[in-house]
Design a protein around this ligand. Structure first.
Ligand code: ADP
Ligand code: MG
Length: 340
């Protein structure tokens, strides 16, 4: 068989296979774009679990008229220009693939206005066609992205979608995790026209505590130990489930430089510290690790759920010691000492 270049549309649909697994992945990519654009408010509207409609509206920097079509094409990004940029990345995005991928498997409308422009413009792209039409529109500064009929042209993917309720739960769960680490942002989430969540911006300690209670439950928030630990360029902050709280929780939220990450390293370190108190189950935690972006590779997975630490042992031991000292400062004796 002859070797041929894939048509761009098909290349985008193949890339979409990696990034756009379900409606929640679309919400993730679009909200991350809003946050990268400096938005302080993000409104999310979902119809039918996202299979009918996903609409994200933000008050960020917007996209200039002349760049609307480019934003929808593959490998188009304003966030990375050189390899050095990539190695020190702090924005969520850098692959320049999300909008191209999503628009290749849906009917996507992008409406935007920058501060410099006096009017807004709209670009429409539909899975089957690559030519983008740009027309005038009404919109305040910021962007709205509407994704209609997700996977309408990829029936195999569409069949994998679960019930509307399940798909919506995935969106809700993801938003909880991002709302926890971005307590400065005002988020709303509606489903089928009904307001389901409202996260108001938290600017004071009390408001941050309220957001913790809203997301992780009152019991967790009331008993949780707070943790702050710094060593060289590593900083760990967040909350730990109290060792006296025996409730099994699935609050295991870990962030690296503001990015939600799945990592067994942190589970292991937390569990190890709690084991000294006779606790066998996985304790709940919300932990935010900041470190020099050069020390971590985020370009490991297309959906960016994982990172690679250059010195993972060092990071593990730092987390272990940070958790150990938070437990020591706690006003109770470790179980092992109490039994002596
Ligand atoms: P990436 O985020 O990796 O750069 P995307 O395909 O998600 O790639 O977005 C492409 C580009 O479109 C971004 O680099 C950004 O310049 C622009 N963009 C996307 N969404 C928004 C938004 N909500 N506000 C402002 N600019 C945006
Ligand atoms: Mg992006």
């Amino acid at each position: 068989m002859a070797i041929e270049l894939l048509p761009p549309q098909l290349a985008n649909q193949i890339a979409a296979g990696e990034v756009v697994e379900r409606p929640a992945s679309v919400v993730k990519e679009l909200v991350e774009n809003s946050l990268d654009a400096g938005a302080t408010r993000v409104d999310i509207d979902i119809d039918k679990g996202g299979s009918k409609l996903i609409r994200i509206r933000d008050n960020g920097a917007g996209i200039a008229k002349g760049e609307l079509a480019l934003a929808l094409s593959r490998h188009a990004t304003s966030k990375v220009h050189t390899l050095d940029d990539l190695e020190a990345i702090l924005s969520f995005g850098f692959r320049g693939e999300a909008l191209a991928s999503i628009s290749s498997v849906s009917r996507l409308t992008l409406t935007s206005k920058t501060a410099e422009q006096s009017e807004a413009w709209q670009a429409y792209a539909e899975g089957s066609q690559m030519d983008v039409k740009v027309t005038p529109a009404a919109h305040p500064q910021g962007s709205s992205i509407e994704v209609v009929d997700l996977f309408f042209n990829t029936p195999a993917r569409r069949r994998f979608l679960k019930s509307d309720k399940t798909e919506f739960t995935h969106i809700d769960e993801w938003l909880k995790r991002i709302a926890m680490v971005r307590s400065d942002i005002h988020f709303t989430l509606t489903h089928n026209g009904k307001l389901v969540r409202q996260y108001r911006p938290a600017n004071t300690d009390i408001q941050t505590q309220q957001r913790l209670a809203q997301i992780c439950g009152r019991a967790f928030a009331e008993q949780a130990l707070s943790i702050t630990c710094e060593h060289d360029d590593l900083l760990l902050t967040g909350y730990l489930q109290s060792p006296q709280d025996s409730v099994i929780t699935d609050t295991n939220f870990f962030y690296v430089n503001g990015r939600l990450i799945r990592d067994r390293l942190v589970n292991h370190a937390v569990k190890q510290a709690f084991a000294e108190y006779g606790i066998e189950h996985q304790p709940g935690y919300v932990l935010m690790l900041s470190l020099d972006p050069h020390q971590v590779d985020v370009n490991v997975h297309p959906a960016k759920h994982e990172v690679r630490f250059h010195q993972s042992r060092y990071v593990h031991d730092f987390i272990l010691q940070a958790v150990q000292s938070a437990l020591v400062e706690m006003p109770v004796l470790p179980l092992s000492e109490a039994l002596q």
